[in-house]
Design a protein around this ligand. Structure first.
Ligand SMILES: [Zn+2]
Length: 379
């Protein structure tokens, strides 16, 4: 939502959410207003220029933190969807989990370690540049960057999901209990406790007169609270649907669309008067070559509809998640991504057996939540 793609770094799609402007402003303002105290004697515009440069380098540091998570995830065999910078720093969206507690631990701990390493690098740079007699304002920015990266590294290691420290805790509990679900619930609950502590500290700060800092801390606590609850709900859902197979939720024998009709024909003959919004695309010999959804149709200008074939705009089969009918649904859920609108084709013996759609899934999850109001998650 509201994210602007800025390209690929190390093979990962990176985007920036508009809310980054808020932290860019906060960082700039906080640096520009503290520098006159630590390195006096410069003009106002010099402090603001230093503030902007420092804030941009800090965003770069946040990106380095996220990319470290992404690289370690890729190394552990976990798919990385994308990396986004936003209000509270960065998010790396992963398409699943590490297979082992050790892998999960490495992915979680790598980001904070990168922040701590950057703190050392900036402090070293400030020290070295100071010896070379570089302008004091530059040193002030370098020390500030070292300080904030140190703070970021330590803060992220606080033990509560969704913070990195919470994932470290989860990996530890996973190793101890041998059960990733129970570990995830433990880490999510620790996250809730942490959130209450942050909110309380924020209120105390606010009452003590540190207005912006207090509000920020309380806001951060509230965000962690919401995220940890969301995480616990996700885990309990997974638990609830643990025995469900793909075949139980798929729409069997879905309508297919021929690859060689035009988009115009496809809309007239298939989409109108049918309730489906995604169709497997079949070649002349009946083999499935891809998937077409409303999202692809929106990309074709109305004037081009009569001249464009379904096969030209369909998502090619290798990019569509597929599943076997007997596969557990939880395994498929980890592979589903936003690319195909949370849809997957179900294939059995090389033949199309069904399609799983987001509406099938959300209905199923609602039903199972109704059916098991007291999830069997232990303490
Ligand atoms: Zn992190």
């Amino acid at each position: 939502m509201g994210s602007i793609p800025i390209g690929r770094i190390a093979g990962f799609p990176v985007s920036v959410n508009w809310s980054v402007l808020v932290i860019l402003w906060l960082f700039t303002w906080s640096l520009a207003s503290t520098l006159p105290g630590t390195v006096p004697g410069y003009s106002t515009w010099a402090y603001w220029l230093a503030g902007v440069c420092g804030a941009l380098i800090l965003l770069g540091s946040l990106l380095a933190h996220e990319l470290t998570h992404a690289i370690l995830a890729r190394r552990a065999g976990v798919e990385v969807f994308d990396v986004t910078l936003w209000l509270f720093g960065g998010v790396t969206r992963l398409g699943g989990e590490a297979k082992t507690p050790q892998g999960a631990f490495r992915i979680a701990v790598s980001g904070p370690l990168m922040s701590l390493a950057l703190a050392v690098v900036f402090a070293g740079a400030a020290y070295g540049l100071g010896a070379l007699g570089v302008a004091h304002i530059v040193l002030g920015v370098a020390w500030w960057l070292a300080g904030i990266n140190l703070l970021l590294g330590l803060f992220n290691l606080l033990p509560g999901a969704p913070l990195d420290g919470g994932r470290v805790l989860k990996a530890y509990l996973w190793r101890r209990y041998g059960d990733p679900v129970r570990a995830a619930v433990g880490a999510a609950r620790a996250g809730r406790v942490l959130a209450f502590i942050l909110i309380a500290l924020g209120l105390v700060e606010f009452l003590a007169g540190v207005l912006v800092g207090g509000v920020w801390l309380a806001f951060l606590g509230w965000f962690i609270f919401a995220a940890s609850r969301e995480e616990e709900a996700q885990v309990t859902t997974q638990q609830a649907i643990a025995g469900v197979r793909v075949a139980d939720v798929m729409t069997a024998q879905p309508h297919t669309a021929p690859a060689d009709i035009t988009i115009e024909d496809f809309i007239q003959r298939y989409l109108l008067g049918d309730r489906h919004s995604a169709y497997p695309v079949a070649d002349r010999d009946g083999s499935i070559i891809g998937l077409i959804t409303l999202a692809q149709l929106r990309g074709v200008a109305p004037s081009q509809r009569a001249a464009t074939l379904v096969r030209e705009v369909a998502i090619p089969l290798p990019q569509v998640p597929t599943a076997a009918p007997h596969e557990p649904l939880t395994a498929l859920l980890q592979r589903l991504g936003p690319g195909c609108g949370n849809r997957a084709l179900v294939v059995s013996g090389g033949q199309l057996a069904g399609i799983v759609t987001a509406s099938d899934l959300s209905r199923l999850i609602d039903v199972y939540r109704l059916a098991s109001p007291h999830p069997r998650v232990g303490h």
